[in-house]
Write a protein that binds this ligand. Structure first.
Ligand code: DHB
Ligand code: MG
Length: 230
């Protein structure tokens, strides 16, 4: 396994590309540090993945961003730095993570850019969609889904309805150490089954065009689903 090399390459990338005076790097890395210190699992996206999301959001001039799965608020904080006008709406079902994320975002000075909604995304997303249909809420420009893997297709389908034309929708963990290529693995693991359902369902969804990018790094071998709404 080449994990030590993945880690040292991510360290090299961070040394040379995450070093600008303008960046919020220290503040953002503190969020990760404080989440781990508070006992949250080490499953937030990596700094390079989070910066990639932020730069994509910036490149498409996203102002209204949706995240499904907040945990400690690390990726939400990163995305909120894409532009001073960004608003991230992030959904988290576990009250202890909502509390942790709120504390982390306050310490980072980013609370005003991030709205944390507590509850099951399968209930909160339809409520947001209702607000959107009443013109009380704008459609999203950019969506990042990083929640439980079993319901990925349901989250994705709702996200597509909540997104403007040409919006970007990214889903984390769609490669799962390569296990997703195997139907046998899906029989053994509901998460693998959920990811395959997401990928196969997205492939036949006429409202989007999509691909998936395999990644390695300090979070091992995984990948992003990348979709653009028509
Ligand atoms: C897990 C979840 C994630 O979102 C991730 O990026 C890595 C691991 C997990 O549940 O194990
Ligand atoms: Mg993830």
């Amino acid at each position: 396994e080449t994990t030590p090399r993945f880690i040292s390459v991510d360290a090299y990338i961070k040394t040379h590309l995450h070093c600008s005076e303008k960046g919020y790097y220290d503040v953002l890395e503190n969020i990760n540090h404080d989440s781990l210190a508070a006992g949250a699992p080490d499953i937030a996206c990596s700094a390079t993945q989070a910066k990639f999301l932020m730069l994509l959001a910036r490149a498409c001039n996203a102002k209204n961003i949706l995240e499904v799965g907040t945990m400690g608020g690390y990726s939400a904080a990163w995305m909120s730095t894409a532009d001073p006008e960004v608003k991230v709406t992030t959904i988290e079902r576990r009250p202890e993570f909502v509390e942790l994320a709120a504390k982390n975002l306050a310490k980072a000075g980013l609370s005003s850019r991030v709205e944390i909604l507590t509850g099951l995304a399968l209930e909160v997303m339809p409520a947001l969609l209702t607000e959107m249909r009443r013109k009380e809420r704008a459609p999203f420009d950019f969506v990042f889904i990083d929640a439980n893997k079993e319901d990925g297709l349901e989250y994705f389908t709702l996200a597509v309805e909540m997104a403007r034309p040409r919006a970007i929708i990214i889903v984390d963990n769609v490669i799962w150490n390569g296990k997703i290529a195997s139907a046998d693995e899906a029989e053994k693991d509901a998460r693998v089954k959920g990811i395959r359902k997401l990928i196969e369902g997205t492939g036949v969804n006429d409202l989007v065009d999509a691909t998936a990018i395999q990644t390695v790094g300090e979070k091992n071998y995984d990948g992003f689903l990348f979709a653009v709404k028509n």
